[in-house]
Design a protein around this ligand. Structure first.
Ligand code: ZN
Length: 357
């Protein structure tokens, strides 16, 4: 039996241990090489002039020969204006890309010795980097589509209805106190709250023969209906593909554009001919573990960000630690300023949940 990839030496091509032993200068050179390459001439991130700009050692930056403004490794990137040392930033990115189901901002803030608010924003900026560098070309071949319900779990009642004696005694004791009585079962208000915060994460995955899925895209919606299914068909899947879904009526229109096969989940997970949408289900399994084990409560406002993170983790699951680290670092230099998290703790909030329907 072949060795699991995560147990192989190929996967462990760098480690936290190794990163911690690097000096600040070594880390600076490593990031500089990623951003500007090996050449002596580098582009000014403010005016774009390529030249041998003089390096100001004390400021760890350059002064442009043309526009005379100063720039550093992080100018013009999502990390602009953050006073975070490179060593801490790289450590947080390391933790972000090696955790299977996400990692809590509290854990990161403890390990990297940064404020909780800093850890929270850095990780959300990484999710934004992922969202902005998604491959948006159409998927083809075999594609699995499904929707999963996330968030908005109601608080359960205080007593189990099966415990009838305890239930009756408590009801008597709490008589007249509406708050207590409400908590016995799931109250109407609680149920409404559940509906308000519940969203559907739609996932589309392209299947690679014998390798599971190799591309994943996610969308947030308030229902799994025909409009949502059509949006996905139009924006994600090439005509003539083989699309596999469950028996939900929302996907009925897929017969017009694709070879559409369904599996009835109330009866089986895979038909006798092997028709299944298990790649979509396996994505939900990871996102569910993230919800239950890491974030505990997924707010509708940021649900798409967590879904994007898990989609990236699925797609990069067979890449080494170093490949993942370099991918995220490089991408973070190329997407410009953060449009969603810059000034978050100063009061700027993204108002858009980014629902497709
Ligand atoms: Zn310049």
């Amino acid at each position: 039996m072949p060795q699991h990839f995560l147990l192989s030496k190929k996967y462990r091509d760098t480690s936290l241990h190794r990163l911690l032993r690097m000096t600040d200068e070594e880390l600076f050179d490593f990031v500089k090489k990623l951003k500007f390459g090996n050449g002596k001439e580098i582009p000014c991130t403010r005016c774009g002039a390529i030249d041998t700009h003089p390096f100001i050692k004390r400021r760890k930056g350059w002064k442009c020969k043309h526009c005379t403004r100063e720039f550093s490794l992080t100018s013009g990137t999502v990390w602009a204006d953050m006073k975070l040392p490179l060593s801490k930033l790289i450590m947080i990115i390391y933790q972000f890309c090696t955790s299977a189901n996400g990692i809590s901002a509290v854990q990161v803030s403890t390990d990297a010795e940064v404020a909780y608010k800093t850890a929270w924003v850095v990780m959300h900026k990484l999710r934004e980097v992922i969202a902005r560098t998604i491959d948006t070309s159409l998927m083809e071949g075999e594609v699995h589509v499904d929707g999963g319900h996330f968030g908005g779990k109601p608080r359960s009642g205080q007593f189990r209805p099966s415990n009838k004696a305890r239930y009756a005694a408590a009801a008597e004791k709490l008589a007249g106190k509406t708050q207590g009585i409400k908590r016995r079962g799931i109250s109407k208000a609680n149920f409404e709250r559940k509906k308000r915060n519940r969203r559907i994460v739609m996932v589309v995955r392209q299947v690679a023969p014998a390798e599971g899925a190799n591309r994943t895209r996610v969308f947030l919606s308030s229902g799994e209906n025909e409009a949502v299914a059509k949006y996905i068909a139009k924006h994600c899947i090439a005509n003539g593909s083989l699309v596999r879904t469950d028996e939900n009526k929302a996907y009925d229109s897929y017969k017009q554009f694709f070879t559409h096969q369904t599996v009835e989940h109330s009866k089986e997970y895979s038909t006798i001919d092997g028709v299944n949408n298990n790649q979509a289900e396996s994505f939900f399994s990871r996102l569910r573990r993230c919800e239950y084990g890491t974030t505990h409560r997924m707010q509708a406002a940021y649900m798409i960000d967590y879904a994007n993170e898990m989609a990236w983790k699925e797609d990069w699951r067979r890449k080494s630690v170093k490949e993942k680290l370099i991918n995220l670092l490089e991408s973070s230099f190329h997407v410009g300023f953060s449009r969603w998290w810059r000034g978050y703790w100063q009061g700027y909030r993204r108002n858009d949940e980014m629902l497709i329907a």
